[in-house]
Design a protein around this ligand. Structure first.
Ligand SMILES: [Zn+2]
Length: 520
């Protein structure tokens, strides 16, 4: 396939769909899902055959220095057992033509589905992605075409802009105001291909088209970027930003409401409903019976399920908005951003709930995308060799436990908030090495910036009547002693636990607070 290497961006538009078209689209989505599952299964089988073959085995054990021979052997094994993208295309198209899927889906869409299944299996085989799953009913939510010439197409003429797909004509709902001209700019760009997305919104199914356009998206005037350098330190729920003339400490998605209590209560309702509708599926002690079962779901249960998916949708949409706003604010200080390369998987293992809620990894990938489309970049610094959170600009190194939120150097006496200081050091890294001279030279000016950032956080949260997140460590005195009074336990999803917390909590309450059911 002749891959286009031009930059692209996505402009999403809502589609006006009547009841008949909706039925047809849902049928096509389901056909696409079945075909995806078939391709996934076939690709996994073929990969299994490749791995059993003698060619593959000899290539695996071959000396890595003979890389050309090695990759030729791998390639040959893949070709022999049909573990290639094009072989899977063939399989998918033959499969579609054999059955009713052929009446609903066109060849380009089918090939794209096969590519998707193939790359999912390949990425897993190479250890780059997780294990691909078969998709259940309603779990495949998007289909796309290969180009704008066939399959799903975007067409615009004097009277109407629309998406056409195999006899369906779906008019596009345009933004009439288009205040910032973003839509007008997107529509003036060439469409590379179209992706059709199906989402559930307040219990309804809505369809939209993602137009993959050539070029760069238009920046809103309020999101102007400046070219310059800045440094970022990302924690599981916080970020610290440092540039030449500003420092900022903040929490990811500070305005996002933790709804896990609401979710938990709905999940318990669902569990009760499931037990009431399916008493034969449970043992007398309340555990689920082994063996084959059929589950009956009541209308009440279905409504609760919809409520849950609606909460998740709202949270995700709000999170994305907040991430976007933060990324724009950071890019306003500079489009070249230096930050330590972190393993978000390791984060996930340590602080699962907070990561799921605030999604720092998703934020970083959004920041990277936005920086690149603004002509800048996010530069990954090697965290393993730099160890910024343990290092001082004088060269002193000491491993700090996670609950120690202030950097205090016994050698040179520097004292600063840990995350901000890491960001400050990240700013002074060049060619993956910490430039200690420049860090020391600019410290007198930076110190006050860092202190200002800390006091701004304190003032802002005092004005808003909120508690400062524990992970900032600014609620405690700088001597390192715990602050007098109660710790504000505002938010169960916050992460950094202080060793002192356990001792300050009265024993009796700790016993009483033991949850009766496991918490999610
Ligand atoms: Zn020092």
């Amino acid at each position: 396939m002749n891959k286009e290497r031009t930059p692209s961006f996505i402009h999403e538009v809502a589609l006006s769909v009547d009841a008949k078209q909706k039925r047809e689209l849902l049928t096509r989505m389901d056909m696409a899902r079945m075909l995806y599952n078939a391709c996934l299964g076939e690709a996994q089988n073929r990969l299994g055959l490749v791995r059993q073959s003698t060619m593959f085995r000899s290539a695996v054990t071959m000396d890595r220095a003979r890389s050309k021979e090695r990759s030729a052997l791998f390639k040959e094994a893949n070709a022999r057992y049909g573990f290639t993208e094009y072989a899977l295309h063939k399989y998918a198209v033959a499969g579609k033509n054999r059955c009713a899927i052929g009446d609903h889906l066109d060849v380009h869409t089918v090939q794209k589905i096969a590519t998707r299944a193939f790359s999912a299996v390949l990425m897993h085989a190479l250890g780059k992605r997780g294990k691909p799953r078969f998709k259940g009913k309603g779990q495949l939510v998007s289909v796309e075409s290969k180009s704008n010439d066939a399959g799903i197409r975007f067409r615009a003429d004097a009277c109407q802009s629309r998406v056409e797909w195999g006899g369906l004509v779906l008019p596009i709902i345009l933004d009439r105001k288009d205040k910032d001209g973003v839509q007008a700019h997107a529509m003036s760009c060439r469409t590379k291909y179209v992706r059709l997305v199906c989402r559930s919104y307040k219990g309804n199914t809505l369809f939209s088209a993602q137009l993959v356009q050539e070029g760069y998206p238009k920046l809103k005037s309020k999101n102007a970027v400046t070219s310059g350098k800045s440094a970022l330190d990302i924690g599981p729920s916080t970020y610290a930003l440092y540039t030449e003339d500003t420092a900022e400490l903040g929490q990811f998605c500070a305005g996002l409401k933790p709804l896990h209590r609401t979710l938990r209560s709905i999940q318990r309702k669902m569990d009760r409903s499931r037990r009431a509708s399916n008493p034969e599926n449970y043992n007398s002690d309340g555990t689920i019976r082994k063996g084959n079962k059929t589950w009956v779901t009541s209308g009440h249960y279905q409504r609760l399920k919809m409520q849950i998916s609606e909460i998740h949708r709202r949270l995700a949409a709000h999170r994305k908005t907040l991430h976007g706003a933060l990324a724009n604010r950071i890019l306003a200080h500079g489009t070249v951003i230096q930050m330590e390369k972190l393993s978000y998987r390791a984060f996930q293992k340590m602080f699962g709930r907070s990561i799921g809620f605030r999604a720092p990894g998703m934020f970083v990938s959004m920041l990277r995308r936005k920086a690149e489309s603004a002509g800048g970049a996010v530069i990954d610094l090697p965290a393993g060799t730099l160890k910024l959170s343990q290092t001082c600009q004088c060269g002193h190194q000491r491993k700090k436990p996670l609950h120690e939120r202030w950097h205090r150097c016994p050698d040179c006496g520097i004292c600063a908030q840990r995350d901000l200081y890491s960001a400050y050091l990240a700013y002074h890294v060049s060619n993956d090495v910490l430039d200690k001279e420049s860090a020391t030279a600019s410290w007198p000016g930076a110190e006050s910036l860092l202190m200002q950032a800390v006091s701004r956080v304190q003032h802002e949260s005092a004005n808003a009547g909120n508690s400062v997140p524990q992970s900032f460590g600014v609620g405690r005195s700088m001597s390192g002693l715990p602050v007098k009074g109660r710790y504000p336990v505002s938010d169960d999803v916050d992460v950094v636990a202080f060793a002192s917390m356990r001792t300050r909590e009265p024993r009796k309450r700790a016993v009483l607070a033991t949850p009766r059911t496991p918490r999610l």
